[in-house]
Design a protein around this ligand. Structure first.
Ligand SMILES: NC(=O)c1ccc[n+]([C@@H]2O[C@H](COP(=O)([O-])OP(=O)(O)OC[C@H]3O[C@@H](n4cnc5c(N)ncnc54)[C@H](O)[C@@H]3O)[C@@H](O)[C@H]2O)c1
Ligand SMILES: CC(C)[C@H](C(=O)O)[C@@H](O)C(=O)O
Ligand SMILES: [Mg+2]
Length: 356
C-alpha cells in the first residue's frame, strides 16, 4: 500500500499530522504501508513555483491513494489564476481521473446539538452525496474574461457534460444506492440548463439497468431547501460538480460542523484521493484550533475504498465515536459540559481510543 500524503496549506499540515498519528497506530498493529509527503497548492507554489509540481504529480501517480489536507490561502489569491492553489487541486483531480466524489454526511448522535438545525430534524442523518468531480462548469471550455463586441469586459464559463461522463457517474451512484436504501435522488436544473436536462435524460436511461433502485429528480434550488427542511428524506444524492460543491457544504452543517465531513474522490479502479470537504481555514490556521476528525475519517474512507480494509476503517470510525461519547470537542463542535480540546488534543484522544 503506497500512500502519498499532501498536507497542503493553512490548517492542512495540522490536521494531516493527526491523521498520520492514527495511521501510525494501525501500522504498529500490523497495517503495512509506505507513506511519502509532497507539496500541493500554495505549498507547491512556494517549493517549486507550481501548485501541482512534477515531484508531487509523480508521487501521486505512483501511489495507490492520496491523503490530502487542504489548499489555499489569502496570500495566493493575487497570483495568476493557473498558479493558484485551487488550480493545483483541480489539476490533481483531473490528472488522476478522480471523477467520483463521495461525501457522506453522517450525524453522530453526540453532535445532535452541535448542528444549527433542531436535533429532531438531523438525528439519525445518514446521506451519501455523490458529486461528479472532473467535468461541468469547473472544466468546460471556453472560459475566461474578455472584452465583448460592445467594448465591455465580461466573464464566461461553459457548463458541459459528455454522455460518457454522465453515464460513468450514474453507474457509481446507482451502485452505491444499491448497497444502501436503494433510493437515489439526482439533482439538476433541467428546467433552465440544457446541460443538466441532458444529465437527467441519461440518468433515466441508466436507471433501466438498476430496477431495484428508486430514482427521483429534484431541482437544485428545491434540493438546497429540502436539505434543511427535511434532510432525512434523502439516502443517496447525485449531482454535477458545481451543485455538489455547494450542496455538500450545506449538508456538512447537518452533521454539526464542516470539520466533520470526510470525502473520497475515486477513479474507475478505486484509486482515490481522500480529503476533508472543508478548506484550509486560514482564519484559524497555526493555532491548534482545527477539527481533525474530517481528515481522520477521510483516512478511514481510504482504508475502505482503496485498500478494502473494512475492519481497520471501522476501527478508526469507532474511535471517533468513542471520543465524541467521552465528550471531547474542538471549538467548532463545542457545547457546554464538554471538554474543549485543540487539534492535537483531539488527535491524542483518538489515538488513545484506538489503543484502548
Ligand atoms: N479541498 C480544499 O482544499 C478546499 C476546499 C474549500 C476551500 N478551499 C480553500 O480554502 C480557503 C478558505 O476557504 P473558505 O474560508 O471559503 O472555506 P473553509 O472551509 O476553509 O472555511 C470556512 C469556515 O469553516 C471553518 N472551518 C473549516 N474547516 C474547519 C475545521 N477542520 N475545523 C474548524 N473549523 C473549520 C473555517 O475556520 C471558516 O470559518 C480558500 O483559499 C479556498 O479556496 C480549499
Ligand atoms: C477549493 C475548490 C477548488 C474545491 C472545489 O470547488 O471543488 C473545494 O471547494 C472543494 O469542495 O473541494
Ligand atoms: Mg467546496
Amino acid at each position: 500500500m503506497k500512500i502519498a500524503i499532501l498536507p497542503g496549506d493553512g490548517i492542512g499540515p495540522e490536521i494531516i499530522a493527526q491523521a498520520r498519528r492514527v495511521l501510525d497506530v494501525l501500522a504498529a498493529d500490523g497495517l503495512a504501508f509506505e507513506a511519502e509527503e509532497a507539496p500541493l497548492g500554495g505549498a507547491g507554489y512556494d517549493a517549486y513555483g507550481h501548485p501541482y509540481p512534477e515531484f508531487t504529480q509523480k508521487l501521486c501517480r505512483e501511489a495507490d491513494a492520496v491523503l490530502l489536507g487542504a489548499v489555499g490561502g489569502p496570500q495566493y489569491d493575487t497570483l495568476d489564476r493557473p498558479l493558484r492553489p485551487e488550480r493545483g487541486l483541480l489539476a490533481i483531480r483531473k490528472d488522476l481521473n478522480l471523477f467520483a466524489n463521495l461525501r457522506p454526511a453522517i450525524l453522530y448522535p453526540e453532535l445532535a446539538n452541535a448542528s444549527t438545525l433542531k436535533p429532531e430534524v438531523v438525528s439519525g442523518l445518514d446521506i451519501m452525496i455523490v458529486r461528479e468531480l472532473t467535468g461541468d462548469i469547473y472544466f468546460g471550455q471556453p472560459r475566461g474574461i474578455r472584452v465583448n463586441e460592445a467594448g465591455e469586459r465580461e466573464g464566461f464559463n461553459t457548463m458541459l457534460y459528455s454522455e460518457s461522463e454522465i453515464r460513468r457517474i450514474a453507474h457509481v451512484a446507482f451502485g452505491i444506492a444499491q448497497k444502501r436504501n436503494k433510493k437515489l435522488c439526482s439533482v439538476d436544473k433541467a428546467n433552465v440548463l440544457e446541460c443538466t436536462e441532458f444529465w437527467k435524460e441519461i440518468f433515466i436511461d441508466v436507471a433501466k439497468e438498476y430496477p431495484d433502485v428508486e430514482l427521483s429528480h429534484m431541482y437544485v434550488d428545491n434540493a438546497a431547501m429540502q436539505l434543511v427542511r427535511n434532510p432525512k428524506q434523502f439516502d443517496v444524492m447525485v449531482t454535477g460538480n458545481i451543485f455538489g460543491d455547494i450542496l455538500s457544504d450545506e449538508a456538512s452543517m447537518l452533521t454539526g460542523s464542516i470539520g466533520m465531513l470526510p470525502s473520497a474522490s475515486l477513479d474507475a479502479n478505486n484509486k482515490g484521493l481522500y480529503e476533508p470537504s472543508h478548506g484550509s481555514a486560514p482564519d484559524i490556521a497555526g493555532r491548534d484550533l482545527a477539527n481533525p476528525l474530517a481528515t481522520i475519517l477521510s483516512a478511514a474512507m481510504m482504508l475502505r475504498y482503496t485498500f478494502n480494509r473494512e475492519a481497520e476503517a471501522q476501527r478508526i470510525e469507532n474511535a471517533v465515536k468513542t471520543v465524541l461519547q467521552q465528550g471531547f470537542r474542538t471549538a467548532d463542535i463545542y457545547e457546554a459540559g464538554c471538554q474543549k480540546v485543540g487539534c492535537s488534543g483531539m488527535g491524542d484522544a483518538v489515538v488513545a481510543a484506538l489503543k484502548a
